[in-house]
Design a protein around this ligand. Structure first.
Ligand SMILES: Nc1ncnc2c1ncn2[C@@H]1O[C@H](COP(=O)(O)OP(=O)(O)O)[C@@H](O)[C@H]1O
Ligand SMILES: [Mg+2]
Length: 360
């Protein structure tokens, strides 16, 4: 064969390979990227001048083609980039030290690396869309719940006030020894409890009046933790407060801020093992105050993750939890135009992250 003919044959092999790689990528199943990469390696090998002596090695953040034997000195390396960031590479090794790679083969490898990069970018975009959609659905559900709850709370507020008012009048009419007097006490007690529940529901639905002030929140946070000191001691839990600065200014309702801390810390204490450490971290970014509360407890099971902010969701035994704490926190954070997330920590425990805009 003439050299031109041979060169032509190589170009055709390379083009065939590129075409094959494109088809593999078009038909990709993102759940089975391993197979895609294996198919690409196989097809790429055939595109080289000496397929028998060429070994292809693909490595990305989540995938590494199997069995990389010690590489020969003759190799080509094309980086894989995802959104311009290095995310792996393709390496071709030539196990025949009498030959060398063609410059077109480097181009072929670069081309395939580019295609893989684009494929992985598409995967990332898709994943972001899915998680965004899920977040929006969750936000929707919570806001619908918020509206329903606000309605119920509002409807119950007046009759409860009436029950309380009339029972108190009735109690005044009765002498303390009267046996009905004790029954009336029970009515009053239970009504006050119900009113507390309604109040919490109103917090969740952001129906409570707010008093927004520009304040240094550090003393607030410290005094809230001082009040919780006894609870920590009683449960034999340690805590650590990390504050980046002695002055952190925020526009907030200070009573509601205390509520956020109380609810999150009380949960952290409840779910901590004896001698566990609860960490409270307060820091700031340019526009936000960031509050992180983490513990060393069991964290959340997968199926609870979505529900923890819903009113009445609780995993505590009956009588111990109302399932309203986190929904109140969520309501307060939302009314401050902030965000809150619940996650499991890498090793053990839960972490809540609250971000509040410094001014709004
Ligand atoms: N620090 C935590 N670790 C593990 N699970 C938690 C934690 N905080 C909250 N949860 C989960 O979220 C649920 C709801 O919490 P919350 O709204 O405060 O209601 P309650 O404390 O009355 O159960 C809890 O029952 C629990 O399942
Ligand atoms: Mg709670």
């Amino acid at each position: 064969m003439s050299t031109t003919e041979e060169a032509l044959k190589e170009r055709i092999k390379e083009l065939t390979c590129l075409y094959e790689v494109s088809s593999i990528i078009v038909n990709v199943d993102f759940e089975q990227l391993d197979e895609t990469f294996q198919a690409i390696s196989k097809s790429l090998k055939k595109g080289f001048q000496f397929p028998e002596q060429t070994r292809i090695f693909i490595e990305t953040n989540n995938y590494s083609s199997p069995a990389l034997l010690p590489g020969s000195d003759i190799n080509l390396n094309s980086p894989i980039l995802i959104f311009n960031k290095p995310a792996g590479h393709i390496i071709a090794y030539l196990d025949d030290n009498k030959s060398s790679f063609l410059k077109e083969e480097k181009q072929l490898l670069d081309n395939v690396a580019l295609k893989i990069g684009t494929l992985l970018e598409r995967k990332e975009i898709l994943e972001n869309e899915v998680s965004l959609k899920r977040q929006m659905e969750r936000a929707d559900r919570l806001s619908i719940l918020g509206e329903i709850t606000a309605g119920i709370a509002h409807e119950l507020n007046t009759p409860l006030a009436n029950i309380l008012g009339f029972s108190e009048l009735l109690k005044d009419e009765l002498s303390d020894e009267h046996e009905i007097s004790r029954d009336v006490d029970k009515i009053i007690e239970n009504t006050i409890f119900s009113r507390e529940v309604v109040k919490k529901l109103m917090f969740f639905a952001c129906e409570m009046p707010q008093e927004m002030k520009q304040v240094n929140i550090v003393p607030n946070i410290k005094s809230a933790l001082n009040l919780l000191d006894a609870s920590f001691k009683k449960s034999k839990i340690r805590y650590e407060l990390n504050i980046k600065d002695e002055e952190l200014f925020l526009k907030a309702d200070t009573i509601q801020l205390t509520q956020i801390i109380f609810n999150l810390v009380i949960n952290a204490i409840y779910f901590s093992p004896e001698n566990g450490l609860v960490n409270i971290e307060v820091s700031e970014s340019k526009d936000h105050i960031i509050l992180k509360i983490s513990d060393e407890g069991p964290g959340f099971p997968e199926e609870a993750m979505e529900k923890v902010f819903q009113p009445f969701f609780t995993t505590k035994p009956t009588g111990e939890g109302s399932g309203l704490g986190l929904s109140v926190v969520h309501g307060i954070v939302t009314s401050h135009k902030g965000t809150i997330t619940a996650k499991n920590r890498k090793d053990k425990g839960a972490i809540f992250t609250v971000q509040l805009p410094k001014s709004h």
